[in-house]
Design a protein around this ligand. Structure first.
Ligand code: F6P
Length: 321
């Protein structure tokens, strides 16, 4: 292997730039020539490939997003476009690929490997943190910190005005961001798709707490449930509390990467580049505080599970007895 290209795919996340910077620097250190593929799989199809230099990655360490841009590609499902992508790689003599993204992105490169034998390494990067057998994806820590800040801010107004605030967090079908945020930010309610919740129990508790003096509420609801607006109404009608809904939205995807994010992004890249020759076509996962290489099949054959210890902490916020 001589020439390795990196691409970012799917939802961008903070920390991707740290990985990109380390990729360029560590590639040169190891004697590889690093390349960028712009706009993810779309750019691979369109031949947006360029040799990467130190200059490209100077001054990007504190910036969220991805300087090489990202996309979700529908064309990739068409073999003709994948063939074009392969020809583009050959034109630039690219021998291997590193992809930052979610499991859909990993699958895309696995299919590509099966057809054209271009080795790859996958690195989890998504704020959703929804990859099985992987406890940390690039972007998660920054997203959690953005949410923390937002909830702190909302608490100022919620407490001043004695209101209930329903705050919707991202995560697709996964409740990880909501779960951790609810615990870390002392929310009164945490609703996520993975766990059955009980509004009756919550109501009983809230009414008792109101009698005892509680005068505002913070409720965190995962977007995957699609019930944030209903829960806001519920506070109005069932709890008798004036309420507001704040959908945090895409602010959760941006922002300067946290220290943890920067460190882990670099470590993910070092693990990928150190192993791409001897054990290619793996996903670098973070598990039990270690980096573990896994086959995509292993990940696909297991289901994502939220940490039992975290769930237990949040059960009272879901009305579970
Ligand atoms: O997968 C990351 C994510 O931010 C999800 O949390 C969210 O549901 C989705 O992407 C939003 O997609 P888009 O950026 O296309 O609106």
């Amino acid at each position: 292997i001589m020439n390795i290209a990196i691409l970012t795919s799917g939802g961008d996340s903070s920390g991707m730039n740290n990985a990109i910077k380390k990729f360029v620097e560590y590639s040169y250190e190891k004697g590889y020539t690093p390349y960028f593929i712009y706009r993810g799989l779309e750019g691979l199809i369109d031949g947006k490939i360029k040799k990467a230099t130190y200059k490209d990655v100077s001054g990007i360490i504190y910036r969220g997003g991805t300087i090489i841009k990202s996309s979700r590609s529908k064309r990739w499902y068409d073999k003709n476009y994948r063939k074009t992508a392969y020809e583009n790689l050959k034109k630039h003599n690219i021998d291997a690929l590193i992809i930052l993204g979610g499991d859909g992105s990993f699958r895309a490169l696995k299919v590509f490997y099966n057809e054209f034998k271009i080795p790859f390494m996958g690195i989890p990067a998504t704020i959703d943190n929804d990859i099985a057998l992987n406890e940390y994806s690039i972007g998660v820590d920054t997203a959690l910190n953005i949410i923390r800040e937002a909830v702190d801010d909302i608490r100022d107004t919620a407490s001043s005005f004695s209101r209930a605030f329903v705050i919707e967090t991202m995560g697709r079908e996964c409740g990880y961001l909501a779960l951790v945020s609810a615990i870390a930010n002392g929310a009164e309610m945490c609703l996520i798709p993975e766990v059955e919740f009980n509004l009756k129990n919550l109501k009983k508790r809230y009414l008792k707490e109101i009698k005892e003096g509680r005068d505002y509420f913070i409720a965190i609801v995962a977007e995957g449930l699609k019930i944030s607006a209903k829960i806001k109404e519920w506070f109005d009608s069932e709890i008798g509390f004036e309420s507001r809904l704040t959908v945090l939205g895409h602010i959760q995807r941006g922002g300067a990467p946290t220290v943890i994010e920067r460190l882990r992004a670099s470590e993910f890249i070092v693990n990928a580049l150190d192993n791409i020759e001897k054990t290619p076509n793996k996903i670098v996962t973070y598990y039990d505080d270690k980096f573990v290489l896994r086959d995509l099949e292993e990940i696909e054959n297991s289901t994502y599970r939220l940490d039992e210890k975290l769930l237990k902490l949040a059960y009272p916020l879901m009305g579970k007895e």
